[in-house]
Write a protein that binds this ligand. Structure first.
Ligand SMILES: [Ca+2]
Ligand SMILES: [Ca+2]
Length: 334
C-alpha cells in the first residue's frame, strides 16, 4: 500500500469513527430524553412490556428526593375521571355471587387442606367450566405428606406455591368488566400477615396467573387496581402507583405525586411515627421505636420519600398545624 493510499485509508477510518460517534451520541441522547423526560408520551408507555418496566425504574443514584417526586406522569392521556380514586371500590365488590363447594381435610379449627370445586362459565362461551383447587390449610400433622397446591380448569392443571388459608376461600371475580373473562381468585394469608388474593384466568385454551394483590386493594372494575401500600392515609386520598393488566399480567405503573404536594390534608388521627426535621432527609432511614398518638388534625404534605425502585407510599414530610415539620410514617407490617 503506497503512502497516499495509507493516508486516504486512515482519513476514511477517522471520518467513519467520527460519524459513528456523532450517530450514537444523537441516538443515545434521544433515548435518554425519552426515559428521563417527565412528560413521556403515552405511546412510549404502551410499548413498555412488563420486563422493560423494571428497566425504566429510577436507579438508586437517581433517587434524590427531588427526582423521586418528579416521577413520570403517564396519566396525561388517560381518562383522568376513570382513574379518580373516588371511582375505586374494595376488590371484594367485584366478586361474583357464587359459592364453591369446599371440602376440609382435617378439622374446621385445624384444617390441613381444602379441596374447592365448582362450575362456572369463565370465558363466557355458554359452556360451564369445571374448576378445582387444592389449597393449603397450614395444620399439618407429623407424617402428613406435603400438600401440592394446584388449580385445575377443564383438565388444565397449574401447580403453585402458597402460604395458607383458614377457610379455603375461592371466588369468581370480574377483574375488568370490559372483557369477556371472569377470573378465579383464591385467598392466601401470606408468610406473615400479608393477606392477598391470587388471580387466574381461563381463556378457553389456556389457564394462567394474572398476578396477586393485597386484600385491602381497591379496583375501578375496569382492570385498574390500587394496592393499600400505594394509597395515602390522608383525606383527600391519593395514590403513588396502580396496577393494570398488560399482556395477561399485572404491571405496576407510577403515578406522578407532585400534584399532591404542598397541599393540606385531613389526618383522622391515631398512632404514627414522627421524626422532627427541617427538611426531608436524602437517605431516609426510619426508626420503628415508639409511635406517637395524634389527634385528628389538618397537615400539609410538603414532600414524600420513596425507596429506590419502590412506590410504597408511607414516608411523608409534613408540616403540622403548630408549624413543626418532620417525617410522618406508619406501621405497615414487616
Ligand atoms: Ca366456558
Ligand atoms: Ca371481565
Amino acid at each position: 500500500m503506497n503512502k497516499s493510499l495509507k493516508k486516504y485509508c486512515s482519513h476514511l477510518t477517522s471520518c467513519l469513527l467520527i460519524c459513528s460517534i456523532i450517530f450514537f451520541s444523537v441516538t443515545g441522547c434521544d433515548n435518554t430524553q425519552e426515559i428521563e423526560g417527565t412528560k413521556r408520551s403515552q405511546e412510549t408507555v404502551d410499548l413498555t412490556t412488563p420486563t422493560e418496566e423494571t428497566t425504566i425504574q429510577p436507579t438508586p443514584t437517581e433517587i434524590s428526593p427531588q427526582n423521586t417526586t418528579e416521577d413520570v406522569d403517564i396519566l396525561e392521556n388517560e381518562d383522568i375521571d376513570k382513574m379518580d380514586i373516588k371511582n375505586f371500590r374494595p376488590l371484594q365488590d367485584s366478586f361474583i355471587n357464587y359459592d364453591f363447594n369446599v371440602e376440609v381435610n382435617g378439622t374446621k379449627s385445624e384444617p390441613i387442606s381444602f379441596l374447592v370445586e365448582g362450575e362456572y362459565d369463565l370465558n363466557q362461551d355458554g359452556q360451564p367450566d369445571k374448576i378445582e383447587l387444592l389449597l393449603d390449610g397450614f395444620y399439618k400433622r407429623s407424617g402428613d405428606q406435603e400438600i401440592q397446591t394446584y388449580i385445575e380448569v377443564n383438565g388444565i392443571k397449574q401447580e403453585f406455591y402458597m402460604d395458607y388459608s383458614f377457610n379455603g376461600e375461592v371466588k369468581i371475580i370480574n377483574l375488568d368488566k370490559n372483557d369477556e373473562f371472569l377470573e378465579i381468585a383464591y385467598f392466601d394469608e401470606g408468610p406473615s400477615g400479608d393477606p392477598h388474593y391470587v388471580f387466574y384466568r381461563y381463556d378457553g385454551k389456556r389457564l394462567y396467573k394474572i398476578g396477586s394483590i393485597d386484600s385491602g386493594a381497591l379496583t375501578n372494575g375496569e382492570g385498574k387496581f390500587l394496592s393499600w401500600f400505594n394509597t395515602s392515609r390522608f383525606e383527600p386520598s391519593f395514590y403513588s402507583a396502580w396496577y393494570e393488566i398488560e399482556n395477561d399480567k399485572f404491571v405496576q405503573k407510577s403515578n406522578d405525586i407532585t400534584k399532591y404536594l404542598g397541599k393540606n390534608y385531613e389526618f383522622a388521627g391515631g398512632e404514627a411515627f414522627f421524626m422532627p426535621c427541617d427538611e426531608m432527609p436524602k437517605d431516609f432511614s426510619p426508626t420503628w421505636n415508639e409511635m406517637e398518638q395524634f389527634e385528628a388534625c389538618e397537615l400539609k404534605i410538603i414532600d414524600i420519600f420513596f425507596y429506590p425502585d419502590s412506590r410504597t407510599l408511607n414516608f411523608y414530610f409534613v408540616e403540622l398545624e403548630n408549624g413543626e415539620t418532620g417525617m410522618m410514617y406508619f406501621w405497615i407490617g414487616d
